[in-house]
Design a protein around this ligand. Structure first.
Ligand SMILES: Cc1cc2nc3c(=O)[nH]c(=O)nc-3n(C[C@H](O)[C@H](O)[C@H](O)COP(=O)(O)O)c2cc1C
Length: 189
């Protein structure tokens, strides 16, 4: 029998009506019962400055690090900004990665979903993010890849997922992610 896993979800957009947030909420609804997806906010994190880790780090960093550490797995749902990862999400990765030797990302199984109103589905952000995840030792789900393009056409007026094909895909994606977590998760010390 599989266990239950806490999945920390990071949304790479701060916009109130963010498409990415809407897809993240849809993923939380569609995921198998073994996964509990919860969005961890990242917009409140001060920009990473190594000087601030020398003494008492900002409380927002400490709280964020503790919450990531407590999660079994991590899921990134992100737009593409100028063919790369939005600064707010990169900052969250950087905050969690330090102090040196104490990265809270280390070994957590992860997955990436990129979302765009454009046709390419945030491919550039998805793969730039994967580059950081290799270095951070986050084993990232390979298949299925998730590039959600033309997202505005997939949601109804209330922001709910209204496209059956995408719904079916996201169900399969979350099932594959659950199996990935089961296979790769590390017991917490
Ligand atoms: C600074 C900036 C750069 C952007 N660059 C890209 C891009 O490279 N590729 C893309 O598909 N969309 C790009 N967009 C459009 C975003 O995909 C679009 O604003 C999207 O709605 C953002 O996600 P959100 O709805 O979750 O906020 C960019 C938007 C901004 C604000």
């Amino acid at each position: 029998m599989s266990s239950n896993y806490q999945v920390a979800v990071f949304v790479g957009s701060l916009r109130k009506e963010s498409f990415n947030r809407k897809i993240a909420l849809a993923l939380a609804d569609l995921a198998p019962a073994s996964l509990k997806l919860e969005i961890l906010e990242i917009g409140q994190l001060p920009f990473y400055n190594e000087d601030d880790d020398a003494g008492q780090p900002p409380a927002a960093w400490t709280q964020f690090r503790a919450r990531v550490k407590a999660a079994d797995a991590v899921l990134f749902v992100t737009p593409e900004y100028n063919r790369s990862v939005p600064a707010v999400l990169k900052n969250a990765l950087d905050v969690g990665s330090r102090p040196y030797g104490q990265s809270v990302w280390d070994g957590k199984p992860g997955a990436v979903v990129s979302v765009s109103p454009g046709a390419i589905g945030g491919f550039g952000a998805n793969h730039h993010l994967r580059q950081s995840l290799v270095f951070l030792n986050v084993p990232a789900l390979q298949q299925p890849e998730a590039y959600i393009g033309n997202v505005a056409k997939l949601l109804d007026a209330s922001g709910k997922l209204a496209d059956e094909g995408t719904r079916g895909f996201l169900v399969k994606f979350t099932q594959a992610f659950a199996a990935w977590i089961e296979a790769n998760h590390q017991p917490k010390p």
